[in-house]
Design a protein around this ligand. Sequence first.
Ligand code: TRP
Length: 332
Amino acid sequence: MTAQPRVLSGIQPTADSFHIGNVLGALNQWADLQSQADCFYAVVDLHAITVAHDPAVLHQRTLTSYAQLLAVGLDSEKSTIFVQSQVPEHAQLQWVLGCITGMGEASRMTQFKDKSSKEGSGAASVGLFTYPILQAADILLYAADEVPVGEDQRQHLELSRDLAERFNTRFGQTFVVPKTRVIKGAAKILDLQDPTSKMSKSLPAGCVFLLDDPKVIAKKIKTAVTDSDMEIRYDLVNKPGVSNLLTILSAFSDLSVEECERELAGKGYGDLKGRTAEVVLAYAEQYSTRTREFLADRAELERIMLDGATKARAVAAPMLAKVYERLGFVHA
Ligand code: TRP
């Protein structure tokens, strides 16, 4: 019997609710992977303080994010689901990896360039700059074979691979060099107001947050941008808005896109939006009920979290010890 591959991924607790792009683009795949891999999933709160934050809001969002991971079907018995700051080895390994990362190499990270230009040059924190090195620590600590992420994380994953190889070359075989597993398929969800860009919490008008009031969700779907002809047809290039609605309808109805097209043949965009709103609302209701249930028993939620952190540390601590030994640190 061959051992299952080790999978690791993380999500930031930087919104009051995950959105349908998170769920269809990543979290459902995380849940599916549980049957075929040894999965580690983290709420990466250390990453969430790389930009200005409010402590009370972060606290609540960390709890809510964790509850939502359970609500989408991550199973704390099968997988290791943990909060990053509860495992101190992440910050410790990040220091080590930072010492083998070149300034030039770190400066080439496009996400830092995008985010720091928004903050105004000079205003971005050093933490935002070293963000990808912390991400590499998240991955390498667990000897992850595969890291399921969106396309936008490809460059960060390349850095993780480079750092793993560099450490291994300089100090002896220590880390597994992780494979990037860019999540593909129908599940790329676009912004409802600007269907040429990806759905994102930073553009809230076109983003459906699953814990939002159902009225807000319905309104966002019903006012989605479409196009000026009247045909309900999947054509991402010429009809991105309509195609996006079909993708969402298909994903939440268990019908293929073709079946949705057929069901709506000859109907208007109002019908497409109505059907889509219906299936999203049905899912959101279940999702928010489950999330609220997990949040309602705070002691139990914190117990599950702590249990996750204990399981994570059981892997992370021996890896960090090996790294320290390789570096020549004298055993404490
Ligand atoms: N940077 C990732 C994102 O924004 C989040 C993340 C942090 C992550 N650590 C990770 C993803 C480790 C995969 C593995 O989506």
